[in-house]
Ligand binder design. Structure first.
Ligand code: HAM
Length: 434
């Protein structure tokens, strides 16, 4: 026999609780995060957009930037059967902007959009870093002021509260105008050239290609060099400074705690002005759970009208890990009732009964036993399902027009309820249970 094929390295299954072997992810955790986030996004007026998983490779090169880790070494790029170069999306912003331009959406005032789905980056897999991962992101178009920056950050803060996450901290920075950035780049390059021998190979290479990315280096020796150098904030132009002050004022007013990190530059080239990251120390090296910022030039750069924009994306796997760490998720849902039926006629009637109950009792979760077996083995299954009730259909129940109700988690004798009354009985039971 040949050995079984396994999932691709860095890509994972998200399993139902009944198959969770402790090694993978559990779907109910994802549902908790995704449902909570979706609910709050809608309450802030965000509307969903769905875009393809595959785009023209040129889109990512033009938006994320040729000299970035993502484009240089992490993209899943392939030629399709026509020889066109396509890429599995490594992030959502580029595709959303492409779609907005393609559908002429940016001629109208402003938009608040959100999206969710898998992204692909060929990174070295480790805890919290995968080759296929899930992002939920938002993109807000047409609003130039610090008010939307603040609202976007307030929204994320609210999400952490709703998810029960206490150990995340906010860092903000402002990248300044293109001019300010160019002047800073010059000063930084000059300073780093003077310290070139202390830089590692990667940073030395970046000195010629993308020196700002050296600020992000995880190498402690490089960090120490960078620490003594110029900072972006010293070069900030007047307009960016006013914007940044405005944002801080709004965050202070909302009691949002933040740290100004002048070395926060982000790994994608399209950012302008405000940038931010939410970071936790609870997940080891991959501690950024959510990140984003302004990208006021990207729409025009991709051929659309001049449009100010801001957005962010959160890594759902990282949030799931954090939810597990902080044990903030309610218990997995179990069925309220598991219906067991022995014999051909009772089994057929049990199917009709469970269909009727689902239609008649809103919110009722009822599982029908399928696959036959003895009464004893079926009750065992009912018990294993976690349901508090078993609905029993045997020959005698069918004859008498009744349903047996067995209490699986209480010391209470089985009762018989008339078939005509069982929906009402269950509805009452649900209400009493709260
Ligand atoms: P990003 O910082 O590249 O930004 O990714 C956002 C988040 O996605 C990260 O903070 C992290 O939580 C998660 N993430 C990234 N790579 C991985 C990975 N390999 N495995 C697991 N999680 C990962 C963007 O993607 C921008 N498009 C965000 C944005 C939207 N900016 C403006 N609008």
């Amino acid at each position: 026999m040949s050995s079984p094929i396994q999932a691709v390295r860095g890509m994972h299954d998200i399993l139902p609780p009944s198959a969770d072997d402790g090694k993978g992810f559990r779907s109910t955790h994802f549902q908790f995060v995704e449902d909570t986030v979706r609910r709050w996004l809608e309450s802030y007026g965000y509307q969903e957009i769905r875009i393809p998983i595959v785009e023209d490779t040129a889109l990512f090169k033009r938006s994320i930037g040729e000299v970035t880790d993502i484009v240089e070494k992490e993209m899943y790029t392939f030629a399709d059967r026509n020889g066109d170069s396509l890429t599995l999306r490594p992030e959502g912003t580029a595709g959303v902007v492409r779609a907005a331009i393609e559908h002429s959406a940016l001629r109208q005032s402003s938009h608040r959009w959100w999206y969710a789905g898998p992204m692909f980056r060929h990174e070295r897999p480790q805890r919290g870093r995968y080759r296929q991962f899930t992002q939920i992101g938002v993109e807000a178009f047409g609003m130039p002021g610090p008010d939307i920056d603040a609202e976007v950050i307030l929204l994320t803060a609210r999400l952490w509260k709703a998810l029960g996450l206490r150990h995340v901290a906010l860092q903000i920075n402002n990248l300044g105008s293109a001019d300010a950035r160019a002047r800073f780049r010059e000063a930084l390059t000059e300073y780093l050239r003077a310290h070139e021998p202390q830089l590692d190979e990667d940073s030395r290479r970046r000195l010629n290609t993308n020196p700002l990315r050296i600020l992000d280096s995880k190498n402690p020796q490089v960090q120490a060099v960078v620490g003594g150098g110029p900072t972006l904030l010293e070069f900030l132009d007047a307009q960016s400074k006013t914007h940044f002050d405005g944002l801080q004022k709004l965050l202070d007013l909302a009691d949002i705690v933040y740290e100004i990190n002048p070395r926060l530059v982000r790994g994608l080239d399209y950012y302008t002005g405000t940038v931010f990251e939410w970071v936790t120390t609870r997940l080891g090296a991959q501690g950024t759970v959510c990140a984003g910022g302004r990208y006021d030039g990207l729409v025009a750069q991709l051929g659309g009208p001049e449009t100010p924009a801001i957005g962010f994306a959160m890594g759902v796997e990282r949030l799931v890990e954090l939810v597990k760490e902080e044990q903030s998720m309610p218990a997995d849902p179990v069925p309220h009732a598991y219906c067991v039926a022995v014999g051909e006629e009772p089994a057929a009637q049990a199917m009709t009964l469970t269909e009727q109950l689902r239609a008649a009792v809103p919110g009722l979760r009822v599982t029908l036993h399928c696959g036959g077996g003895s009464f004893k083995s079926q009750v065992k299954r009912a018990d294993k399902s976690g349901a508090p009730l078993a609905l029993v259909m045997g020959e005698s129940e069918v004859e008498r027009g009744e349903v047996g109700v067995k209490f699986l988690r209480e010391e209470r004798p089985q009762i018989a309820v008339a078939r005509a009354d069982i929906a009402q009985w269950l509805a009452g039971w649900l209400v009493q249970r709260g």
